[in-house]
Design a protein around this ligand. Structure first.
Ligand SMILES: Nc1ncnc2c1ncn2[C@@H]1O[C@H](COP(=O)(O)OP(=O)(O)O)[C@@H](O)[C@H]1O
Ligand SMILES: [Mg+2]
Length: 256
C-alpha cells in the first residue's frame, strides 16, 4: 500500500465498490478508507447509505464488486480471527449463562481451558457484569445483553472491532453510558474500531475521524477529523467546538 504515508493503517480500502441485484443497486461506490492502528472511526449517514455494507465488506462477510480492501496488509477475502463484528441486537443463546455465551466462540474453536474461562470472567468484569456472569439472558436488560455480546466479541481476541449500531436499540441514557464504557475498553485493549451509527453527535463524540456517508449511490462524502483529546466526558457535547462539528456533518448530509 501507500509508500510510507500511512504506515500503520490497519484497515485500508481503495476504490471499494459493492453492487447488489445484478448491479442495479450500488450500495457502495468507490470508497477509500484508511483506519490507523488504535484509532476510532465512525461511519455516519442515513438509513440505506451503505454503512452496514461497508462494515460487512471489511469483515469479509461479503466480497467487493471491485476495488481492494486490506486488513493488517492482507487482502480481505473471508472472515478473520482478528476482526470481530457486533450488531444492534445481541444474538445470545437463551439457555446459556453470560459466561457460557462469552465462551461460545472459544468452544467453536475447540476445547475450553481454565484459562479461557478465567479470561471470559475477566471480560465480563471489564464490561461491568461480574455479578451477572451466571445469569441467563432473560434475566438481563437490553443494555446488559449488549455488554455480554461485547465481552463475547473480545473473547475472540479480535483487535479490529466492527460495531454496527451496537447500542442503537437501547434508551439514550443506557446508550450514552455504554458509549463511555466502550471508549474505555477500546483504549484499554488498543483496539482499532469502526462504529456505525446514524446519530451525528454519537459519531463525533466517539471518533477520531467521522466518515460521512450519503446514499444513492452510497459514497463517502467527506471525512471529518475530530481533534478532541481522550478520555472524553459527556459534557464535551455542549461545547461550541463540538457543535461546530455537528453542523459541519449536518451540512454535508444535507447537501445532497
Ligand atoms: N444483500 C443485499 N441485496 C440487495 N440489496 C442490498 C443488500 N444489502 C444491502 N442492500 C442495499 O444496499 C443499500 C445499502 O444498505 P445498507 O448497507 O444496509 O445501508 P445502511 O446500513 O446504511 O442502512 C440499500 O439500498 C440496501 O437496500
Ligand atoms: Mg445498517
Amino acid at each position: 500500500m501507500g509508500a510510507g504515508s500511512e504506515p500503520e493503517a490497519v484497515i485500508s480500502g481503495r476504490g471499494v465498490c459493492k453492487a447488489f441485484a445484478d448491479g442495479s443497486v450500488v450500495a457502495i461506490e468507490s470508497a477509500d478508507i484508511s483506519v490507523q492502528k488504535g484509532s476510532f472511526v465512525s461511519l455516519v449517514g442515513p438509513s440505506g447509505c451503505g454503512k452496514s455494507t461497508l462494515l460487512r465488506l471489511i469483515a469479509g462477510l461479503i466480497d467487493a464488486t471491485s476495488g481492494e480492501l486490506h486488513v493488517h496488509d492482507q487482502l480481505v477475502s473471508a472472515p478473520r480471527q482478528d476482526v470481530g463484528m457486533m450488531f444492534q441486537r445481541a444474538t445470545l443463546l437463551d439457555w446459556r449463562t453470560s459466561v457460557e455465551n462469552v465462551l461460545l466462540p472459544t468452544e467453536l474453536q475447540g476445547a475450553v481451558t481454565d484459562a479461557d474461562r478465567k479470561r471470559a470472567l475477566e471480560l465480563l468484569t471489564l464490561v461491568g457484569l461480574e455479578e451477572f456472569a451466571f445469569s441467563f439472558p432473560a434475566q438481563l436488560s437490553g443494555g446488559m445483553r449488549q455488554r455480554v455480546a461485547l465481552a463475547r466479541l473480545l473473547q475472540t481476541g479480535a483487535d479490529v472491532l466492527l460495531l454496527d449500531e451496537p447500542f442503537g436499540a437501547l434508551d439514550e441514557f443506557t446508550r450514552e453510558r455504554l458509549n463511555l464504557e466502550l471508549l474505555r475498553i477500546v483504549a484499554d485493549i488498543q483496539a482499532t474500531t469502526v462504529f456505525v451509527t446514524h446519530n451525528i453527535a454519537e459519531a463525533i463524540f466517539l471518533a477520531d475521524q467521522v466518515y460521512v456517508m450519503t446514499p444513492r449511490p452510497g459514497r463517502i462524502a467527506s471525512i471529518v477529523d475530530v481533534g478532541f483529546g481522550r478520555p472524553r466526558e459527556l459534557s464535551l457535547q455542549t461545547t461550541p467546538e463540538f457543535n461546530r462539528l455537528v453542523e459541519e456533518v449536518r451540512v454535508t448530509l444535507g447537501a445532497l
